[in-house]
Design a protein around this ligand. Structure first.
Ligand code: SAM
Ligand code: SF4
Length: 422
């Protein structure tokens, strides 16, 4: 999501006639787009800002740290010219104009939505074949550990007409794949005047000629309806890749986290999808060392990981965040134990990832090729299950979906031979 916000920021500035600098040294303006989910990236923002103290460049801060810190950021770092929360990034040019006149500005309004409509056709997308599309902003879930609802604001869905228009435009520009973005894409449609939900949106997007593959992040298990499962299983453009953050395998911890599902319900979703017979790659997020987490709770997490057999996970040590409910609770799992649990979890996952990677060898997979290494004469792309594949081939294949036979597997990367393409 932050990556895509950066694409929007760059798009607006390019549209206003600014040019991209080759590197930091040559830049006249430096904008940090920031994340506040854990404390460490917040510290990193301050230390990065410290580096720019004695330059005469214009410095701006956008994103979640901007929203969280507001004017405190300028008080601590007087060389910062503007602070823009995630809902306000469309004001970047206004903020910059003020900065050039020597004035500071702070935009942290959170009501309503960031008018993405105006932005959608100016986005400076990094990849010419696969694109992100924002379908909703903010989050209403208030998981007890999470700062996102406080820094990204209330959940607002984007009208489907706009999303469809953006996808059509992307197809015309030659994009083959779209990834629909939202903190909880499954609750898409809530609060819109039109009667629409996330599966309905998928059916609409599926009709667009030229868009071959559709992905979405992030799904919340509590809103993963049977209607959505039907859509995923019946629409061929939807990739066999689902990021479904579990956070924990213990029902007691899930309840404390305010996640509103149980381990059994989570497994039921995975089972329903797997029962179709089609192979789906699942990935997930986990937090270890949540307040009161016992050895037994942690073992439930390990059990879930072994049962689902994820292709990959992101695992984090619990980090208390201001404003959240859990911030008021004792952070009672010692750091040593948190680190040990993280290590055990990642070791188990590595074995599963390796086993699943090896299982690709000998298989024929479709790959959207989107990078070319001139020196190596090698193309890189992703499978429908989001696995990275490298293959020798001609640059002219860039942007094509080709059939590849996998001949070699590393943990996070496959190699293969091209069989054919479209
Ligand atoms: N909306 C997505 C969801 O519900 O899964 C995820 C959004 S969050 C930005 C990304 C991940 O950061 C979460 O899935 C969670 O695992 C992790 N995270 C959030 N707050 C955290 C905290 N206080 N400590 C450690 N990890 C945290
Ligand atoms: Fe945070 Fe939960 Fe919302 Fe995800 S669903 S952004 S974890 S509050």
């Amino acid at each position: 999501m932050n990556e895509h916000d950066s694409e929007k920021l760059a798009g607006i500035l390019l549209d206003k006639g600014l040019e991209k600098a080759e590197n930091e040294k040559e830049a006249d303006i430096i904008i940090l787009n920031t994340c506040a989910v854990r404390e460490k990236p917040v510290h990193k923002v301050y230390s990065e800002l410290g580096r720019f103290k004695r330059t005469n460049k214009i410095i701006g801060v956008c994103g979640c740290v901007a929203q969280k810190e507001k004017k405190r950021l300028i008080e601590k770092m007087p060389h910062v010219s503007f602070v823009l929360g995630p809902r306000n990034i469309y004001k970047i040019h206004e903020a910059l104009t003020k900065a050039l006149e020597g004035n500071k500005s702070i935009y942290t309004e959170q009501n309503g939505r960031c008018p993405i409509t105006d932005l959608s056709f100016q986005i400076d997308r990094k990849n010419p074949y696969r694109a992100y599309i924002t379908i909703m902003e903010g989050c209403d879930n208030f998981c007890s550990y999470c700062i996102v609802p406080f820094v990204r604001g209330r959940e607002v869905s984007r009208p489907s007409k706009e999303i469809v228009e953006e996808a059509k435009r992307l197809a015309e520009l030659g994009y083959k794949e779209v990834t629909l973005l939202g903190q909880n894409v499954n609750s898409y449609g809530k609060g819109l005047p039109e009667k629409i939900d996330f599966p309905d949106l998928l059916y609409k997007l599926h009709e667009i000629d030229g868009i071959e593959w559709i992905r979405f992040i992030t799904s919340h298990p509590k809103d993963f309806s049977d209607k959505l499962i039907d859509a995923i299983l019946s629409l061929p453009k939807i990739c066999e890749y689902i990021h479904l953050p579990a956070q924990s395998g213990s029902n007691r911890i899930l309840d404390l986290m305010n996640r509103k599902y149980t381990k059994e319900r989570y497994l039921e979703i995975v089972e329903k999808i797997r029962r179709s017979g089609k192979y789906f790659a699942f990935t997930s997020d986990f937090i270890v060392g949540f307040p009161t987490e016992t050895k037994e709770d942690f073992e439930e997490t390990l059990d879930l990981v072994k049962r689902v057999k994820y292709e990959g996970i992101f695992a984090f040590i619990y980090n208390p965040r201001e404003m959240t409910k859990a911030y008021n609770w004792k952070d009672d799992v010692p750091l040593e134990i948190k680190k040990e649990r993280l290590k055990i979890l990642l070791e188990i996952q590595d074995r599963i990832t390796e086993e699943l990677s090896n299982s690709y060898v000998g298989k024929e997979v479709e790959v959207l090729l989107d990078e070319f290494d001139e020196k190596e004469g090698e193309l890189t792309g992703r499978t429908r299950t989001f696995k990275i594949v490298k293959v020798k081939g001609d640059k002219s294949l860039l942007g094509n979906i080709v059939k590849i036979k996998i001949t070699e597997a590393k943990m996070y990367e496959l190699k293969g031979k091209i069989l054919g393409g479209n």
